[in-house]
Design a protein around this ligand. Structure first.
Ligand SMILES: [Zn+2]
Length: 228
């Protein structure tokens, strides 16, 4: 299988699929056009849908993809109500989150340190519900774990002040953040059941990790699409 993980969810409007890629694909901005283009072509072939990317800016902007979409918008969450569109949330240690509603509305969210602190996942859930989504479920993809994500004490305090569940300690005893715990807490508070997929990006060398590989790190992706 091309993807690290893939599952399908029956919805009233067809079938939604959720997937996460691994290091066999590089969807990063620094990948050569050839590598990134090949990765996108693989996603398109595997999903049978048109891949849509966003220019991720660590904010809380939610962008609704419809037929008029052309360039990657500045956003950290993509939503759509339409079939044939594969939404991608890219990450290398941040948390990719996929949302699926019973009616087939879908979302892909990039939740990094700032996204968790500012509540991008909650914003995406709220916008989906404004669009009429009910029966939401979430898949939380591979990300850096709380035992690996070392941050300065001030930063831990700042993020944990907003989302207490993020407060953590590294395996070597220094201040850390558990972004996954923060996302799971935000989903629980919003009443969205979640499934966790994959391990720690820094520890699992089959995954892309910024903390392990630095600026050369590639990007994995959460991918969600509906087949009519
Ligand atoms: Zn770890």
């Amino acid at each position: 299988m091309t993807f690290l993980f893939q599952d399908t969810v029956p919805v009233t409007t067809g079938t939604v699929s959720v997937a996460f890629t691994d290091r066999t694909l590089d969807l990063g901005d620094l990948a050569t056009d050839h590598v990134r283009g090949a990765a996108l072509a693989t996603v398109a072939a595997e999903t049978g849908a048109t891949p849509y990317l966003m220019h991720q800016v660590h904010g809380t902007a939610v962008h609704l993809v419809d037929g008029s979409y052309e360039a990657a918008p500045d956003a950290d969450a993509l939503l759509t109500t339409e079939p044939g569109i594969a939404l991608l949330a890219r990450a290398a240690d941040c948390v990719p989150v996929l949302l699926v509603a019973a009616g087939g509305e879908i979302g892909a969210v990039h939740a990094g340190r700032e996204g968790v602190r500012r509540g991008v996942v909650t914003a995406a859930v709220e916008r989906l519900r404004e669009l009429g989504a009910t029966g939401l479920r979430a898949w939380v993809g591979p990300h850096i774990c709380g035992r690996c994500y070392e941050v300065p004490e001030e930063l831990r305090a700042e993020v944990a002040a907003a989302v207490p569940e993020t407060g953590a300690t590294t395996s070597w005893g220094t201040p850390a953040l558990d972004l996954g715990a923060g996302v799971l807490a935000q989903l629980a508070a919003a009443g969205v059941p979640a499934t966790e997929v994959g391990g720690c990006t820094r520890e699992d060398e089959s995954l892309h990790s910024y903390r392990r590989d630095g600026v050369a790190a590639g990007r994995l992706a959460g991918v969600v699409w509906r087949s009519a």
